[in-house]
Write a protein of this length. Structure first.
Length: 408
């Protein structure tokens, strides 16, 4: 593809105008929206008003003027992006905390049905925090255990002792995507529940939890949903499980009457029982303004543009002699692309020095987020040309590019 062809695609792009709704730094091509989404312009005013008026002037009265309802309200805004009903999603805490809640709840429910069901099955190479949290969660349930196997061994790992299959829908390194409907059915046919981590899926690819028959899901708000660094996360519980599953972190906001101040705990109905402590109001406000951008967006158009951007950058990476580790079939991947190279870290640093921000994943992966709302086809073409130049010229071998930062 030529630059002229990329510019022609931009001229015909139905999503092009969304780019202007985000803060853009001149001369910067941001290919890391899969780790931290860009700042929506509307968020600047929205959070300013939240601080200045709701907090500064209205003070504690604001709890009755929208704050207390924010977790459910913002959850309802996420629901259409993941194929859920409004009353099946709530925003709270972090992805890690929500994952802990759901794993423990699923284990306890499974053992109540059948004491033999005590195993959480997950994939080796899953995002580390998912496995770390799973270790802690199984330790909190007597007799439970974590079974981590390679992707090719997942099917045979499911059995009569499985309580929960824990999978990340889109792999954080390779962008490989699981067939959600197929793996959900496999888990349920084995008598287990399934929990999906949608952190690299929500806002990036089409997701339909209810059509797939999914049981549980979690996801973050700071990546493709543009909620800001450390934005609150979300969790999903299918309606059929909402009465049967219980939040193990039984804090006051999950109580049926949080302002009744009873010593004993009675869980709230529906998704409110998954709240624990006082919501992060400022974080919820920033996430809410970011989610407002998604109103009316056609995810089919997002998916199509993602595929087009991927093709452009894949051609450049291939021309540079890099090994692509992301599936070529759009149905089998998310919205980032990854390459393998022995000097992956140095190449990423060389790109950053030129104003192209991607990221590195140990030990040898260059990873680039292809966020359709904030990137143009021309951006990807230019970034691709710089990638080729850096690799072919050996520019990445400059000593300063080998210095490791604390955050990679």
């Amino acid at each position: 593809m030529t630059l002229e062809e990329a510019l022609a695609r931009d001229a015909a792009d139905p999503l092009a105008h969304f780019r202007e709704r985000f803060v853009q730094s001149e001369g910067l091509i941001y290919l890391d929206g899969n780790s931290l989404g860009q700042l929506p312009k509307a968020t600047i005013n929205a959070t300013g008003e939240l601080v200045r008026v709701a907090w500064g002037e209205r003070l504690i009265r604001s709890w009755n003027e929208g704050w207390i309802d924010a977790p459910a309200r913002v959850g309802a805004m996420i629901a259409p992006l993941i194929g859920a009903e409004a009353d099946e999603v709530i925003v709270a805490d972090s992805t890690s905390v929500n994952l802990y809640k759901l794993i423990v709840a699923a284990l306890r429910q499974a053992q109540a049905r059948d004491p033999a069901r005590k195993v959480v099955v997950s994939e080796a190479g899953n995002f580390p925090t998912d496995l770390h949290i799973a270790e802690g969660a199984v330790a909190a349930v007597a007799g439970a255990e974590l079974r981590v196997v390679e992707r090719g061994a997942l099917s045979e790992a499911l059995g009569a002792d499985t309580a929960l299959l824990l999978l990340t829908h889109v792999h954080y390194k390779t962008a490989e995507r699981f067939n959600m409907a197929g793996w959900t059915k496999a888990a349920q046919d084995a008598g287990a529940l399934v929990c999906w981590d949608l952190s690299h899926s929500a806002g990036a690819v089409e997701v339909d939890l209810n059509a797939a028959g999914a049981d549980l899901a979690v996801g973050c708000g700071y990546k493709y949903l543009n909620g800001g660094p450390g934005a609150p996360a979300f969790l999903y519980v299918a309606k059929r499980w909402q009465d049967a599953l219980h939040n193990p972190l039984s804090g006051w906001m999950g109580h049926a009457e949080p302002f009744g101040f009873a010593d004993g705990y009675t869980a709230a109905a529906g998704m409110k029982r998954w709240l624990t402590g006082t919501p992060s109001v400022l974080g919820l406000g920033a996430l809410e303004s970011g989610l407002a951008l998604w109103d009316g967006i056609d995810m089919a158009q997002v998916t199509a543009k993602s595929a087009a951007l991927w093709d452009i950058f894949h051609a450049a990476g291939t021309a540079a002699g890099l090994e692509c580790v992301t599936p070529q079939d759009p149905v089998k991947r998310g919205s980032h692309i990854s390459f393998r190279h022995a000097h992956a870290y140095e190449i990423v640093q060389a790109l950053i020095a030129r104003g192209v921000i991607g990221d590195f994943r140990d030990p040898d992966i260059l990873r680039f987020g292809l966020t359709p709302l904030t990137l143009s086809h021309a951006d990807i073409w230019r970034a691709g040309q710089m990638l080729v130049e850096i690799v072919e010229s050996g520019e990445y071998r400059r000593p300063e590019f080998a210095v490791r930062n604390a955050v990679t």
